[in-house]
Design a protein around this ligand. Structure first.
Ligand code: PCA
Length: 326
């Protein structure tokens, strides 16, 4: 609490000082929610280091990973209200604000990196517009590796998921859990390892990278490589804080953000493979899903996309149409 108050004061003073006064070096606190060794965090640390270098030390970003400063669901608001100038958020968790945030959480709509890129190209201008209207600026977005199904028992069809305690991370995975007839419960990434250890959950859908972060092998036996979707993390800045930066610093930060997006997408693809091997090396059975399971999951995916389209209005339909036309 104390540290937050202090940060708010520092941030408020920096914004209030206005452009003329901001010749001094600025240090921005940057909350993120994922583990220090997670590739998103590594990419963000690299972004911070290169931003400092590119701005000649005029802007330093101090990364607070692992939800140590703010919990993931609090980060967007903290940036929006200027409590911190910058932070990282899991985009699909904002679907209660606007369905367009959730399109990369739709099962099997875009489940390869190539398709995820196409989807992001059509989704991006909408996300930028939504954030801009709230005084926020999108800096970059990077996908998690394809989402796989992790369970404590063998799963050959969705019927095998009925009754499992299924961990959800957003409205969409909660819905999927309902469709599985499982018992879905929302748990933040920072708390999943404990929920697994205490037996509160015994199944989840996430990336192999997160499986490694959670040490999933300590309680779960199977990783089914269903490659259902690639949800993105985005890095956002408070517009007033950004505008208070010197023009050259702004340009350097945007250039580094662009690089971080490219490097992050490549890193995601690399860890997708590497982390599956880590799961297997620690004793999990990493498998391709059975044909029946794939067919049933695709069917549920179509159902969820239809439900999403119903709530997503003309903008949502335009994004899906533009994506499918590519
Ligand atoms: N990991 C995050 C979201 C998607 C992913 O792969 C999580 O488990 O919360």
């Amino acid at each position: 609490m104390l540290i937050r108050k202090f940060l708010m004061t520092v941030a408020a003073a920096a914004f209030a000082a206005g452009p003329a006064a901001v010749v001094h070096a600025q240090s921005w606190d940057m909350p993120t929610a994922y583990a220090p060794a997670n590739f998103h965090t590594v990419n963000i640390e690299r972004f911070a280091a290169s931003a400092k270098e590119a701005t000649g030390g005029k802007l330093s970003l101090k990364v607070h990973s692992g939800a140590s400063l703010y919990k993931m669901p609090e980060i967007k608001r903290a940036v929006q209200t200027g409590q911190v100038p910058i932070g990282e958020v899991l985009m699909v968790t904002l679907s209660n604000e606007n369905p367009l945030y959730a399109i990369d959480g739709m099962p099997f709509l875009a489940s390869s990196y190539a398709d995820a890129r196409k989807l992001w190209a059509v989704q991006r201008p909408h996300i930028e517009r939504l954030l801009d209207a709230q005084g926020l600026r999108l800096l970059f977005a990077v996908p998690w590796p394809p989402q796989g199904l992790m369970t404590n028992k063998e799963v050959k069809s969705t019927a095998d998921l009925a009754g499992l305690n299924f961990r959800a991370y957003d409205k969409q995975t909660l819905r999927l859990g309902e469709l599985f007839k499982a018992r879905p419960v929302t748990i933040q990434a920072a708390e999943v390892a404990q929920a697994l250890a205490t037996g509160k959950i015994n199944s989840l859908i996430s990336s192999a990278q997160s499986g490694v972060d959670y040490k999933a092998w300590e309680s779960l036996k199977y990783f089914y490589d269903v490659q259902a979707w690639l949800p993105k993390n985005m890095v956002i800045a408070n517009k007033a804080a950004f505008d208070s930066l010197d023009g050259k610093v702004q340009a350097a930060l945007l250039a580094e953000a662009k690089k971080a997006e490219e490097v992050g997408w490549a890193a995601s693809g690399e860890v997708a493979e590497a982390t599956k091997k880590t799961l297997a090396a620690n004793g999990m059975s990493v498998q391709a899903p059975a044909a029946k399971l794939v067919a049933e999951l695709n069917e549920l995916g179509r159902k969820m996309v239809d439900e999403w389209l119903t709530g997503a209005g003309a903008d949502g339909k335009a994004v899906v149409d533009a994506y499918r036309k590519q």
